[in-house]
Design a protein around this ligand. Structure first.
Ligand code: URA
Length: 172
């Protein structure tokens, strides 16, 4: 399967009830051959409106912080563990996560990243595959709200930037 086909499947997904309250499914975006994949929880209101991941407040904060450390949003692939928004932005239920996981699994298979960044607790359900490095980091919405979390988040993004540099150097 290619990415376009997978995205079409996600747009038409009825595997759980979440599609009923959503305007758009949000498959993900970025470089389809990126070495780095970022995985969040699920789309919020602005993501649902636009069909794009991480474009609301938390997303803008994430994009800005990545750039502060030299990581351009276009060079990574950004997605979520669950592809539809949820009522009042509640945490997706375990059955919704498991219904949606095959899409993430297929995205990982197609993109073949070297690093997967897990944003917040929900993203920890991401399948673990041998040979890929996993970084569990603070979710940007927590980083925006709490100073301590913000400091931790920035350190983690700095470490991520360092790891990306090492991968790029090993490929020269
Ligand atoms: N929070 C997430 O976890 N994902 C998004 O796409 C937006 C906000």
């Amino acid at each position: 399967m290619v990415m376009d086909e997978l995205n079409c499947q996600i747009y038409g997904c009825r595997r759980c009830q979440l599609w009923q309250g959503a305007k758009h499914a949000v498959p993900g975006e970025g470089a389809n051959d990126s070495k780095v994949m970022l995985v969040g929880q699920n789309p919020g209101a602005e993501e649902d409106e636009t069909g794009r991941p991480f474009v609301g407040r938390a997303g803008r904060y994430l994009t800005k912080t990545l750039l502060e450390y030299g990581i351009r949003r276009e060079e990574v692939y950004i997605t979520n563990i669950v592809k539809h928004t949820s009522p009042k932005n509640r945490k997706p239920h375990p059955d919704e996560v498991s219904a949606c996981l095959p899409y993430l699994q297929e995205q990982i298979r197609l993109i073949q990243p070297k690093i997967i960044v897990l944003l917040g607790a929900s993203a920890k359900e991401t399948p673990r595959i041998a040979g890929i490095k996993y970084f569990e980091i603070v979710h940007p919405s927590a980083a925006m709200r709490f100073t301590k979390m913000r400091e931790k988040f920035k350190k983690q993004i700095a470490e991520l930037a360092e790891q990306i540099k090492q991968i790029q150097q090993s490929q020269i």
